[in-house]
Design a protein around this ligand. Structure first.
Ligand SMILES: Cc1cc2nc3c(=O)[nH]c(=O)nc-3n(C[C@H](O)[C@H](O)[C@H](O)COP(=O)(O)O)c2cc1C
Length: 206
């Protein structure tokens, strides 16, 4: 059974534009995999706490030496990682906020980057351990930045995902959403068409 993990990073949860675009992909994926399993991780509705020194200490502590409080933090991080490990496909809704990723997504990233669990250091550099998955990113933006030096978000998200082993990543952009109605409509139509192109082959193969 194929498994899809949908991650929403919008402040507005399922109402965010990035969530809506990822939802279109999820609907197409489900049509292609009627017996597939979907897990939704909604970082807007159910935020991951900020990484603090205490929480980071809990993640670093040896399992046999953890306090009950530290164990709770480690269990929380383990559960987030297990969701990723189980997934064959990941659909990430990615808003652009103040030139970066939502802080909710950064907090999530901070809880899934675990030495010895999702990556390990080698003499050749770090090696990601969550391999063999496909990631689709649905990026919603008020302005237009893709392909310019101002788009630091795409590189950052790609680098982070590759670091934990998720190197097969495809972006769909809806840009210029806050640049007038015409720009918004054309961005949405373009992104919707791009998503349709992603799901059509999945349906055909089903
Ligand atoms: C707090 C906040 C900050 C934003 N910062 C930017 C920005 O730096 N650049 C930009 O192009 N759009 C910016 N926008 C517009 C969002 O990228 C746009 O509304 C997009 O739809 C957000 O995705 P969402 O609807 O899934 O939350 C911002 C929106 C919000 C709410």
């Amino acid at each position: 059974m194929k498994k899809l993990l949908q991650i929403r990073a919008s402040l507005f949860s399922e109402d965010g534009q990035s969530s809506r675009l990822s939802e279109q992909f999820v609907a197409g994926w489900r049509a292609a995999h009627p017996d597939g399993a979907l897990t939704v991780r909604d970082l807007g509705a159910d935020p991951v706490p900020h990484l603090t020194a205490q929480r980071f200490g809990a993640l670093l502590a040896k399992p046999e030496e953890r306090t009950a409080e530290q164990q709770e933090v480690a269990d929380f991080s383990d559960a987030l990682i297990e969701e990723l490990r189980q997934a064959d496909v990941i659909a990430l809704g990615l808003p652009l906020y103040n030139f970066g990723v939502p802080s909710a997504l950064k907090a999530y990233f901070d809880h899934i980057a675990r030495a010895g669990v999702t990556f390990r250091y080698t003499e050749q550099g770090p090696v990601g351990l969550l391999t063999g998955k496909k990631v689709y990113v649905f990026a919603a933006r008020g302005g237009r930045y893709a392909g310019t030096a101002l788009d630091t978000q795409t590189g950052y998200v790609r680098d982070f995902l590759r670091f934990i082993g998720l190197g097969d990543v495809e972006f769909v952009y809806a840009e210029g959403l806050n640049m007038g109605e015409e720009s918004r409509q054309s961005a949405l139509t373009g992104a919707q068409a791009a998503i349709e192109q992603l799901v059509t082959p999945l349906r055909a193969a089903a």
